[in-house]
Design a protein around this ligand. Structure first.
Ligand SMILES: C[S@@+](CC[C@H](N)C(=O)[O-])C[C@H]1O[C@@H](n2cnc3c(N)ncnc32)[C@H](O)[C@@H]1O
Length: 286
């Protein structure tokens, strides 16, 4: 293997030939990440082979944070920043937050960072590609974030992304959570799998081939996991707690109907720029 580094343009050309739309950006990141020409070649070969850039780098940028993402773990999507934004609007100091179906816990980490920065004006928001969580400020942590996922690889990534001590649980939905969390969750924030099983075949190969099927497949109508999350949510929410679930624009009425059936009042929030949809609900007044 040559010791002469590949020039930027050559890296761009190879990435472009492999169909990478953001070839210049990706080339810059790969050149920055590679310790040696051999390492760059290895990374380039993986990328040309279709591995998601984030799995090669070991991190994804999300809500201004650098989120660790291990191989196979769902890469947090830009659209999910709407879930963070809406959660931060509802959160209060001392709130208990649960990031359920957390994957890398990008959502929980971003809520923790945003609320901590708001609590302590001296705490700078992490710069893009900065540390995974906001620097520990002198001020107390403003919220406590719990996270849970059924996939051990996701739980491992989540432990790296949440502030210490990371409260990450591994199991089916609520099954692994401490019982004393019941009735105490102020923000129950969920991006569960919601792709209908039949639509998985139409997803880009990066997702279809390199993210766990468990992270994508929402069953026949895409709502199987959401249905279970929503049905049990009222037992875990505090009296004034909110459930926030990402869904697609087309599935939002179905998601909202599940909220209503569970005794929660839903509203649908859509963001055109992010192409993102979130259903938010609180208990209906008695
Ligand atoms: C679409 S990914 C989203 C991950 C993360 N919330 C995010 O936005 O980046 C869905 C996640 O749900 C997890 N999951 C699927 N079924 C689950 C279950 N029954 N219990 C807990 N987690 C589950 C998957 O392992 C995956 O990490």
């Amino acid at each position: 293997m040559s010791d002469i580094p590949l020039p930027f343009d050559a890296v761009v050309t190879r990435l472009r030939a492999a169909g990478c739309v953001f070839a210049e950006d990706e080339a810059a990141l790969l050149l920055e990440a590679a310790d040696s020409p051999a390492e760059l070649e290895r990374m380039l070969a993986l990328r040309v082979d279709g591995l998601p850039l984030e799995h090669i780098l070991g991190w994804a940028e999300f809500a201004g944070l650098r989120i660790a993402v291990d191989p196979g773990v769902f890469v947090p999507r830009r659209r999910t920043e709407l879930l963070v934004k809406e959660s931060v609007r509802l959160v209060h100091p001392g709130a208990v937050v649960l990031d359920l179906c957390c994957g890398s816990a990008a959502v929980g980490a971003a809520i923790a960072a945003a609320t901590r920065a708001a609590v302590d004006d001296d705490t700078p928001r992490p710069a893009p590609n900065g540390p995974a969580t906001a620097p520990t400020a002198a001020g107390a942590e403003s919220v406590t974030v719990y996270a849970a996922d059924i996939d051990p690889a996701a739980a491992r990534s989540a432990r790296r992304n949440l502030p210490d001590p990371a409260h990450v649980f591994e199991g089916d939905l609520y099954a692994s959570l401490p019982h004393d969390l019941r009735g105490r969750i102020d923000i129950l924030v969920v991006n569960a799998p919601y792709v209908p099983s039949d639509a998985i075949a139409t997803m880009p190969p990066e997702a279809r081939l390199h993210e766990a099927r468990l992270a994508l497949d929402g069953g026949d109508d895409g709502l199987d996991v959401q249905r279970r999350v929503i049905t049990d949510a009222p037992g875990w929410l505090s009296a004034t707690g909110h459930l926030l679930i990402e869904t697609s624009e087309a599935q939002a009425p179905g998601t909202a109907a599940l909220f209503t059936a569970a005794g929660l009042s839903p509203r649908i929030v859509h963001d055109d720029d992010l192409d993102a949809t979130v259903v938010i609900g609180a208990r209906r007044p008695a």
